[in-house]
Design a protein. Structure first.
Length: 381
């Protein structure tokens, strides 16, 4: 007889990076055979390329519930998610809520659970940029204060949590679930050549990429793309870089909307800068793996490039993921996009920054999380 799956836990996802993080956790919980997990999607992201394709490619089971919240100002998103989640938690109360990362869906779910006194586990706890201008930083601080279990990806996270008076026994250094997904998916990554061939790019781009390789660009943070002058300067700098190294720019919907609003589409149309829609996970992974450099403001890609050993230029003043700089291949360049070109020159000449893989980024973080969650729930009886 199979034992009853008595450990009812809820998992929340809402936005693109959440899907990448939740995939191995769902798998690891199911593998233990003792959990009855319910996957709740808030609907913060909803376009096929921002949402559904990740479920297909990463073999995430379809969500049990989709709240279909959609886009909107942060307070509205958070409030709508809370209103929709509350009755779900009341009707079928989970023994634990698992949240990942730092998006609006994460904080909304944690607040709802907190009011109902449902214990919370935060995966990717303790990361701090110390920049309260970033919406995600505020989300991280709030979620960590509300959580009962803190799963940490790098050791600095432990120190940050202890500095915020989180009890050390609640903090578990388990490694990085985003890297679990990366290792799992790497054999299935779509070869870069295939993605490049499918781009709507100029013959000049294809000729240059065949000869020199390419760089891969993603930019979507409000601090980079919401101010038209800043966005224009970034596009000019990337256009200059593309003359040395052709660039593929996967354009997030926020960035695309801002390019159009600011009338920058013409500036963007440079022969060696190939723009495309947001890429699905397996295409993005294949492009990242073989890129000469990645230029980004994404948190996840700073980690993924470190795991892959590919040089990464991060267009931000700070990072909540310092290990990618101290041990990995990441370089922070702050707000000045003119700093991109000399680093690309160095990569083309000397190969660029080399790094090593951080501790416990070994593909087994989710298994450790599942074991810790089970121990936590058993101890509570
Ligand atoms: C959110 C996360 C950010 C994460 C990013 C990954 C917060 C505070 N931010 O930012 O941490 O790095 O997701 O993408 O939660 N849109 C679409 N289709 C979609 C989703 C969004 O067109 O499927 C457009 C909408 O115009 C929307 C805008 O993108 O207003 C921004 O979406 P939103 O979820 O608010 O934030 P992101 O910028 O995606």
């Amino acid at each position: 007889m199979t034992p009853p799956k008595e450990l009812r836990v809820d998992l929340i996802v809402g936005a693109r990076p959440n899907f990448v993080k939740i995939a191995p956790i769902v798998r690891a919980l199911r593998a233990r055979g003792t959990f009855a997990p319910r996957l709740i999607h808030t609907g913060q992201h909803y376009d096929f390329l921002m949402d559904r394709v990740f479920f297909d490619e990463l073999r995430i089971p379809a969500p049990d519930v989709n709240l279909k919240i959609g886009s909107g100002p942060a307070s509205e998103q958070v409030a709508k998610i809370m209103l929709a989640l509350h009755p779900l938690f009341v009707e079928d109360r989970p023994r634990l809520l698992i949240v990942v990362g730092d998006v609006n869906s994460t904080v909304a779910a944690a607040l709802t659970a907190c009011y109902l006194r449902i214990p919370i586990a935060h995966v990717e706890a303790g990361l701090r940029s110390f920049d309260r201008e970033m919406p995600e930083e505020n989300n991280r601080v709030v979620v960590d204060q509300l959580s009962d279990l803190h799963f940490v990806t790098e050791q600095q996270g432990e120190a940050n949590l202890i500095a915020e008076r989180i009890a050390p026994e609640r903090i578990k250094f388990v490694g990085n679930v985003m890297i679990d997904t990366l290792y799992d998916a790497l054999p299935r990554a779509i070869p870069a050549a295939e993605t490049l061939a499918g781009l709507n790019a100029t013959p000049a781009f294809h000729a240059a990429a065949a000869q020199k390789g390419y760089g891969f660009v993603t930019l979507h943070r409000p601090s980079n793309v919401d101010d038209p002058a800043k966005l224009a300067a970034l596009i000019e700098a990337l256009s200059a870089v593309s003359e040395r190294l052709p660039l593929v720019f996967a354009v997030h919907p926020r960035t695309r909307a801002n390019i159009e609003k600011a009338g920058l589409a013409a500036k963007f149309a440079t022969p060696n800068l190939a723009a495309c829609e947001p890429l699905a996970y397996l295409a993005s992974l294949g492009l990242m793996r073989d890129a000469k450099v990645v230029v980004t403001d994404s948190g996840g890609m700073q980690e993924e490039t470190t795991a892959l050993g590919v040089p990464c230029i991060t267009v931000r003043d700070n990072t909540e993921r310092p290990i990618t700089i101290e041990e990995g291949t990441n370089t922070l360049i702050g707000a000045d996009p003119a700093r991109i070109l000399p680093i690309v020159e160095d990569i083309l000449g000397a190969g660029g920054k080399r790094g090593r893989k951080p501790a416990l980024w070994d593909g087994k973080a989710a298994e450790r999380i599942a074991a810790e969650v089970e121990a936590f729930l058993r101890a509570r009886g």
